[in-house]
Structure formats: C-alpha cells, structure tokens
Design a binder for this molecule. Structure first.
Ligand code: C5P
Ligand code: C5P
Length: 449
C-alpha cells in the first residue's frame, strides 16, 4: 500500500461487520496480549468502548490457551481478541460465542463464523505494516471519528513491535497520514541518543545498545565527558555541534562493536510525537512494555485509559525494568551465547525479559549470521523467544514456521512473525527442540540458496 493509498475493501467490509456486531451488544469481553502492542490494543478498544457506552471486561495474557478461550467465552455476549486469535480460530469458533478477532499474526486460515480482521487477509504484511494496535485503531475510528484522539496508543503498539524501524508502511502509514491531517501526530527526526536527560538516556539505551555505556552510569558519564558535554545536560541543551559530536562518538563505538550501518540506520528511525499526550510513541511503548513484562498489565491499561497515577507507577516500574534488562545484557555480554551450526542461544531465568534480551543480543551482541534464541523455564514448560534480522529473512529464514514446526515435533506449540517468534516446549525436551530447530533453520537457508 503506497502513501496516500486507500484501505483495502476486504478490511473495510470486515470492520463494518464488526461495527454492526458491536452495536447489537451492550457488554464486551476483551482479551489481549501482554506486551506493548497488546496493551495498547486493549487501550484503544477499552477507550472506544467507554465512548460507545459499552460495559467491558479486559484481560491481558502471555498467550492464548483453550482454557482461557473457554473461560472468557463463558456467559459473555461478545468477545474481542486483539493481538491474538488468528491462530486459535478453531477454539474460538467452537465456543459458539459472537467474536471479533483483531490480529496481525499470519493466520493459518480465514473464518466465516466469526469476524476475522487481519492485514494478511488483504495482502498487507502484519510484521512490518500493521501492528495489532493499528488494526484496533482502524476499528475504533470507524466506530467514532472522535477516536482519532487514541492514535498515540496505536503508535505505542507500532513502536513496541518495531514496525517503525524501516519507516512506516501499509495501515501504519495510512494512520499516520490521517492523524497528521488532523494535527494529532508529528514526525520528528530520530537520533542515536534519546530525548531527555542524556545520562539517563544513555544508561537505559537498548537501541542502540552500547557496550560499556548502556547499563553503566560511569560509562555513560565518561562518554559525555569525552564529547565535551556537561553530564547533567538534557538533549535540549545541546547545540548542533555537540549533538553531532555525541552521535559520531556513539556511531564510532558501535562500529568498534561490529554493528553494521543498517542497524544504526534502524536505530535512528523517524519518531512520532503526540502533542496532546505530550509523549513520543517509543516512550509510551517502553512504559507499557515495562508494565506488561513485570506482570502489571493492569497498570499499563490504566495508563492507556489516562490515569495520571498509573503514569507515575509505570515510570517506577520502567526504572526497575531497565535495571533488570541491563543486568541481563551485561551477563550475556560477559558470558556470551552458545553457538550451534545455524542458531545461537542463551538461557535466561526471567521469562518477561526473554524477548527484549533476545532482540538486543541479535542486534548488538551476538553473531549476526545466526538467529538468536532465549530459553526460560517456568511452571508450564520452557518458554522460547527467537529473533532474527532482515538480512537473515533474505536468506530464507522464517522463524514463525521454524518455531511452530520445531515445537510441534517435541510436543510443544509456537508461532509469531518471520523475524520474531516464540514457543513453549515441555520441560526436559529443550535440547531436542534446539537440535530440531538448528536443522530446520539450516534447511530454510539451503532452500533459498
Ligand atoms: O505478539 P507480537 O506480534 O506483538 O510481538 C512481536 C514481538 O516481536 C515484539 O516483542 C517485537 O519487539 C518483536 N519484533 C522484533 N523485531 C522486529 C519486529 C518485531 O524484535 N523487526
Ligand atoms: O514472547 P516473544 O516476545 O518472544 O514472542 C514473539 C512473537 O511470537 C510474538 O508475536 C508472539 O505473539 C509470538 N508467539 C506465538 N506463539 C507462542 C509464543 C510467541 O505466536 N507460543
């Protein structure tokens, strides 16, 4: 979909059907994912329900199970799944409950029994061009034009799912254009350092992750001194020459770290600022993410609903989350990862941190020629996260397929996107899983070659 293009009819007609479905009910059950995209999706939906005068009950979960689908459907009039559901159509249809699915994961099939809204059904890639929150936003603005004031939430999902790193496209781009026309959003240039107090920004930076600076206040201080910048300065205080000096020093360190130019370009991607919310999308995404990944999804949703106390609480949670992420990354930087022929992996105890640690390791710490895998044990099995890069996708790698099929071979389940996917496998079968996955990634590369 080019800039300025219209939305596909197939999506619009499904959204109209969903709107009619909603009009028939006074109460809605909402089930969404626990990450930034999932919480922002639920945030868009809950705000829209409030405005429409509907009662709602929202739940955020790490993953959809048969049991959760059944429990959620019990006694409910209408159920909306966001950022999940496309891979669980059998279970959702079996409940017989009226249902709307607003998902962006590649669906194995379509449904005639429920309202299935997914960008892939209109040939739009849900990995790069439509977050789940963007799909929920399309639905919300179709319900009520006033819902354009929720665009910051949609963009928190777009940013959290790393869909802005190579520029906007598809539904995300359409939303930006429409929002900009309404004065809701502004595009601002990105940089290698964050807006705000520089010392804090450098300490907390994962994109880029700078060895010896990210996670180290002394390292961050030393870098600022080397750039001739006051250690208490904020990004706003920098003149052009100082800003350039700091960026060049960061870029130089990244080159020494072996980070390719393409990754740096992704890190400096354009940002999206929301004047009414007084916040940039990435900032909101990091707050929501910290809530979700620390089992405080409720606070994330309260933040999305505009509770000022939740903003304060989420900032505190983020400070702890950043410290934990940095400790995890320092450990990986120190101990390294285990290399197999086609993949690399590490074990991580904190389930909520696996995705972020895996992504940063892939981009900034590990071998860029091998997909990165993180394993964390929990009560119900071993949770696996995997991350790749765009050049790896060009070699034929599809992590969604590899995770789904490798997990199934050892009695587990998985899925996701080509570049970022996950799975759960039974305890004790993780070595077997890694061997199957390693071979499968090798096969994917061979096929493409
Ligand atoms: O469930 P969901 O689709 O929302 O999660 C996608 C995950 O994949 C997010 O954690 C996101 O950060 C990650 N991702 C990534 N690199 C990309 C796209 C997504 O690490 N290019
Ligand atoms: O958990 P993590 O952030 O690593 O998940 C990466 C992607 O894989 C997300 O889009 C998530 O929804 C998806 N996933 C999945 N099935 C699983 C685990 C994760 O589809 N069992």
């Amino acid at each position: 979909m080019e800039a300025g293009a219209l939305l596909p009819d197939k999506l619009l007609s499904r959204i109209s059907i969903a709107k009619e479905e909603l009009e028939r009910h006074s109460e809605v059950r909402i089930v969404s994912h626990y990450d930034a995209d999932g919480i922002s999706s639920a945030g868009v939906l809950c705000n829209a329900m409030l405005r429409a005068g509907k009662r709602f009950h929202a739940t955020m979960t790490k993953g959809l199970t048969d049991q959760l689908v059944q429990e959620a459907a019990e006694g409910c009039e209408l159920i909306i799944f966001s950022d999940m559901g496309s891979s669980h159509l059998d279970e959702i249809e079996a409940t017989g409950c009226r249902a709307i699915v607003l998902d962006h994961h590649a669906p194995p099939r379509d449904s005639e029994k429920i309202v299935h809204i997914n960008p892939h059904l209109a040939d739009i890639d849900g990995m790069t061009s439509a977050s789940a929150s963007a799909m929920c936003m399309l639905f919300a603005v179709n319900l009520d034009e006033r819902n354009w004031d929720l665009l910051h939430l949609a963009f928190a999902g777009i940013s959290g799912d790393r869909q802005a790193i190579r520029g906007l496209s598809g539904i995300n781009q359409w939303l930006f254009e429409q929002g900009a026309q309404r004065g809701v959003v502004e595009a601002v240039p990105g940089s290698l350092y964050r807006p705000g107090r520089l010392l804090d920004g450098l300490y907390a930076s994962t994109d880029p992750y700078l060895r010896g600076v990210s996670g180290s206040r002394e390292g961050a201080r030393a870098l600022l001194e080397e750039a001739g910048i006051n250690v208490d300065a904020s990004s706003r205080d920098l003149d052009e020459a100082q800003g350039r000096k700091l960026s060049s020093l960061i870029a130089l360190r990244l080159v020494e770290q072996g980070v390719p130019a393409a990754t740096m370009e992704e890190a400096v991607h354009e940002r999206y600022f929301f004047p009414r919310a007084g916040m940039e999308a990435g900032e909101l995404a990091s707050l929501l993410n910290a809530c979700g990944r620390s089992n405080n999804e409720g606070m994330g949703l309260a933040l999305a609903l505009g509770d000022p106390k939740a903003l304060e609480g989420a900032r505190k949670l983020r400070a702890d989350y950043v410290n934990e992420v940095m400790a995890g990354l320092e450990r990986i930087a120190r101990d390294g990862v285990t290399a197999m022929e086609n993949i690399q992996y590490f074990v991580n105890e904190n389930l909520g941190l696996s995705g972020i640690l895996c992504g940063v390791t892939m981009q900034y710490l590990g071998d860029r020629d091998k997909p990165t895998i993180a394993l964390s044990e929990h009560d119900e099995g071993v949770k696996i996260s995997s991350r790749g890069t765009f050049p790896l996708l060009e070699q034929g790698i599809d992590l969604a397929v590899a995770m789904r099929e490798s997990a199934a071979k050892v009695g587990g389940f998985g899925g996701g996107h080509r570049i970022a996917a996950g799975a759960t496998v039974p305890k004790g079968r993780e070595d077997e899983f890694l061997a199957v996955l390693d071979a499968m990634i090798g096969e994917q590369k061979k096929k493409e070659a």
